[in-house]
Design a protein around this ligand. Structure first.
Ligand SMILES: [Zn+2]
Length: 893
């Protein structure tokens, strides 16, 4: 799902990059692997593991050396055997910490198939990549995470996605441990002293190195009935779930929902699930959300385990992540991208496919609204001049790392959905099926996919050009729309430019091929017409005459923003009740993005809130709350803030009152989600005393304060638990903080631990805040847990100055604990609330010289600083006097 890197490699997209003759980018093409046989001896209680790797290699031309990858390993011996079975003298040469390994022969070998055999040992990794270990109490687990370039920490190999070959894996592990890998176990043999066992796994289908996976430890194993054969798949598919010791019962739900998800994709793709079994494994510490290893999906255990006390939102997340990772078994695993500049294909497909599967199998989760909300978040990032393109050239390792961002996932998925909407679902599926069938067990690029979809679409070059315009240039199109009505005839003028927030200027004039599907409202009904906007400005005749209102993003499937004449926007606002929930959210975004552009006033934005606040969909009801929070923090002052807060509390508190403080049996998920959102907003942003009193009571009960005995987090409402614990710690001083810390240390449940860490981080007490910050760097807090604490710290305005001062003193130890994939986003963690050029300059002065120590740090810092400067420009622009007038006019007398 996401990825990480540690190595010092530099990768280059175009040609073979070399540093001092060492190919630090793509490897040369004159040697390629044909097959791997790996035998690893792994005891998670030790510090190192041992390996033997035999790789069959085809030499396309005569050579006295082969380049491949290996990193941070001790190669004890290397042997080369030629096609005749003769031993050729060989030695292994490492080149610093480049991750590149050279095998040099005593004599040049002719073009032929040879075998390279390595004998090596390596340390378990300390940053959750390659082969790493996690200790939980006295238990030790070994887990792998290879994507994108960490297989070279596990075994010598050709560590690039374009090399897809079969693997034979043998693991020797302590006899009492459970070991799993990509395929089924064929054989298991005990050592003579019964201390060890050796497992031989079935040969894999062709895989890139980054999808090889295994895990060793005292796992609980939950078996499920095999998934029965169907029209697409002939055999039954074995299914299991694994988790840390003691977690077996919590694996049941993830197992229960898996078969329908597998069947969904088999039906959609017309390709059988590609591997010989499916294991879902929850690791006690993991850097990303989950990873789509072929046949062995590895999750953070928190994202796989559920129980009767889990939040409703948690079940939805588990389902979504499972749907995402299972989608990858086709996209990414069955068909793999040849190089990292196409990684969007994997992630965009999995994100888009997940929404499709969820909409079909769990309509009550409203995947359309959820993915739209995520798309709007990506649009905010895409509004930065420093944003990435979907297909950003890969010029360095930071580019590989930062390729796993919202542009790849959410924008990529939105572009697929938009073109699918344009050509129709059946047509689009035909193209997708053809793409998968023609590249199965091989590689496929963006060009290959576009070719398949274009053929299916029957729209020729316009389709290909349109898609490419979204892949190969950054930014969100802004579609300016004007409607002219004359003697019953209607004409729409559409013009395109790049959406830019207030104060941002760009000389570029990008042009997209945008399918603009538009809903025209007439009386009680409406109709939809689609136009392809390719020129800077185009006119279109509207069938059906002059509408009462119109929405230039029907079904909310377009990846663009629109700008309407004030009267047209007002007509649309008045007709909001006739729009679908996703369309209402797009309308809210039109208001919000107009505000960010400086063309909608703060008063107009606030005026739009009451009509949305009553919506059933939580995403719609709360759509403008983040912007309210921004206005409250950055524009309002001590004089206007109380009136604004009183106004917004009157708008939302009665609704929370009707929803109540606990989830009711059988209540709709939308009510549950709304309760969570409103309660959090009122308690944490507005700090409404009544809301805090109720949540604080729940939080104190959960912590066992007030003579409640032992902590029991189930005493707080499952959906309000995190906020309740935060309030309890914020208002409860040292005893509450101590209780939360003790509960954290006693808990083996990762979801509970996350909630308790967020509560510790949220303290507003200066002394306790200092304690919390230092605590995050101790071994008590796992690497994958740190973010919960520091994000919660940064959320509280009172903590921000101290948090920043702390970072300037603790940068090195903090950075060293970060998984490589998280390093680029370090600046963002410390940016909340920063909204002035002085803030940006101060952050830049400290971090700019240090980005060289952060993988992808330059991009992460650049985007963060630009965001702060945009915030500052908008803040200067907003009319404070007008806001004061608005709040006076809306104060209750
Ligand atoms: Zn993914």
């Amino acid at each position: 799902m996401r990825a990480l890197i540690l190595s010092g490699l530099l990768a280059c997209g175009a040609a073979v990059a070399k540093e001092g003759g060492v190919p630090t980018g793509k490897l040369p093409t004159d040697a390629a692997p044909l097959h791997y046989a790996l035998h690893l001896t792994v005891d998670p209680r030790r510090d190192r593991f041992d390996g033997e790797a035999r790789i069959r290699v085809r030499l396309a031309k005569a050579s006295d050396h082969v380049w491949l990858h290996a990193q941070q390993m001790n190669i004890r011996a290397v042997h080369a055997t030629d096609a005749a079975g003769k031993n050729a003298d060989a030695k292994a040469i490492t080149h610093g910490d480049t991750g590149v390994l050279e095998v040099r022969f005593a004599h040049s070998l002719a073009a032929q198939e040879i075998e390279l055999a390595f004998d090596y040992d390596a340390p378990f990794n300390g940053q959750l990549e390659g082969v790493y270990k996690v200790k939980v109490g006295d238990d030790a687990y070994a887990v792998t995470q290879m994507e994108p370039v960490s297989a070279r920490l596990a075994f010598p190999g050709f560590d690039e996605p374009r090399f897809k070959v079969p693997f034979d894996l043998v693991l020797t592990v302590p006899a009492q441990d459970v070991a799993v890998a990509n395929t089924r176990v064929l054989r298991e043999e005990k050592s003579a002293d019964a201390a060890w066992k050796t497992l031989t796994f079935a040969t894999t289908p062709p895989l890139p190195t980054y999808l090889v996976a295994f895990a060793v430890g005292p796992w609980d194993v939950a078996d499920a009935p095999p998934i029965p054969p169907n029209a697409v798949r002939k055999g039954a598919l074995p299914l299991r779930a694994l988790g840390p010791r003691g977690s077996k019962d919590k694996l049941a739900w993830a197992l229960e929902v898996a078969p329908a998800i597998v069947r969904f994709y088999e039906d959609y793709t017309a390709q059988p699930y590609p591997f010989d079994k499916l294991d879902l494994l929850g690791a006690p510490d993991f850097s990303a959300g989950a990873m789509e290893n072929a046949g062995l999906i590895v999750y953070r255990d928190a994202y796989l385990l559920t129980d009767a006390h889990s939040a409703a939102d948690h079940y939805r997340s588990v389902f979504n992540i499972e749907a995402h990772e299972i989608a990858h078994q086709w996209y990414g695993d069955l068909v793999t991208v040849p190089w990292w500049d196409d990684i969007w294909l994997n992630e965009a497909y999995a994100t888009w496919g997940q929404a499709k599967a969820t909409s079909s199998l769990r309509p009550e989760y409203h995947a359309d609204l959820e993915s739209l909300e995520a798309r709007l978040y990506a649009m905010a990032n895409d509004s930065l001049l420093s944003t990435r393109k979907i297909r950003q050239p890969i010029l360095g390792r930071g580019d590989i790392e930062t390729a796993f961002d919202s542009i790849t996932y959410q924008k990529g998925a939105a572009v697929l959905a938009m073109f699918e909407r344009w050509v129709g679902e059946d047509t689009f599926r035909k193209g997708m099926r053809e793409y998968l069938a023609s590249h199965a067990f091989g590689s496929g690029s963006s060009d290959d996919l576009i070719a398949s979809l274009t053929r299916a679409s029957g729209r020729g070059d316009a389709f290909a050009k349109g898609m490419r315009s979204f892949l190969d240039q950054p930014g969100v199109p802004l579609v300016r729309s004007e409607l002219a009505c004359d003697a019953g005839k209607a004409r729409l003028t559409l013009a395109q430019s790049r959406y830019l927030p207030y104060g941002v200027l760009s000389k570029d004039a990008p042009r997209w091929g945008v399918p603009v599907c538009t809903r025209f409202g007439r009386g009680e009904g409406s109709d939809t017409q689609c136009f392809l906007l390719e020129a800077p400005e185009q006119q279109f005749e509207i069938a059906g005459g002059c509408p009462d209102w119109y929405l230039p993003n029907a079904d909310a499937r377009g990846y663009y923003r629109f700008d309407l004449a004030t009267a047209d926007l007002a007509n649309l606002g008045a007709a909001a009740g006739k729009l679908s929930a996703p369309e209402q959210l797009v309308y809210a975004d039109a208001v919000e993005s107009g505000f960010r552009r400086g063309s909608v006033s703060a008063g107009a934005l606030l005026d739009a809130m009451p009509a949305l606040a009553g919506a059933d969909a939580p995403q719609v009801a709360t759509a403008l709350l983040p912007r309210y929070e921004w206005i409250r923090e950055h524009v309002a002052d001590a004089a206007t803030r109380p009136a604004l807060d009183a106004w917004v509390t009157r708008l939302y508190a009665p609704r929370l009152g009707r929803l109540g403080w606990h989830r009711k049996d059988g209540e709709p998920g939308t009510d549950t989600a709304l309760r969570t959102r409103i309660a959090e907003f009122l308690a944490m942003v507005v700090r409404d005393p009544a809301t805090r009193a109720e949540l604080g009571k729940q939080g104190r009960a959960a912590l066992g304060l007030d003579g409640g005995g032992k902590p029991d987090l189930t005493r707080a409402d499952a959906d309000l638990r995190v906020t309740a614990l935060k309030v309890a710690v914020q208002d409860g001083g040292l005893p509450a903080f101590d209780a939360a810390q003790a509960a954290f240390e006693a808990s083996r449940d990762t979801t509970e631990r996350y909630a308790l860490l967020a509560a510790l981080g949220a303290t507003r007490d200066p002394a306790l805040g200092a304690r919390a910050r230092d605590y995050g760097l101790t071994a008590a807090v796992q690497i994958g847990e740190m973010g919960r604490l520091y994000d919660a710290q940064a959320d509280e305005p009172e903590n921000r100055a101290a948090l920043w001062a702390w970072l300037t003193r603790n940068f090195e130890p903090y950075r060293k604990r970060l998984p490589p994939f998280a390093q680029a986003w370090l600046p963002k963690t410390f940016s909340p609330g920063r909204c002035s050029t002085a803030d940006a300059d101060g952050m830049s002065a400290f971090l700019a010289p240090r980005t060289k120590d952060l993988i992808g740090g330059e991009r992460g810092l650049g985007q963060t600083l630009e965001g702060i400067r945009q915030c500052s420009a908008l803040r200067e622009h907003v009319d404070r006097k007008a806001l004061a007038d608005w709040s006076a006019a809306h104060a209750k007398h």
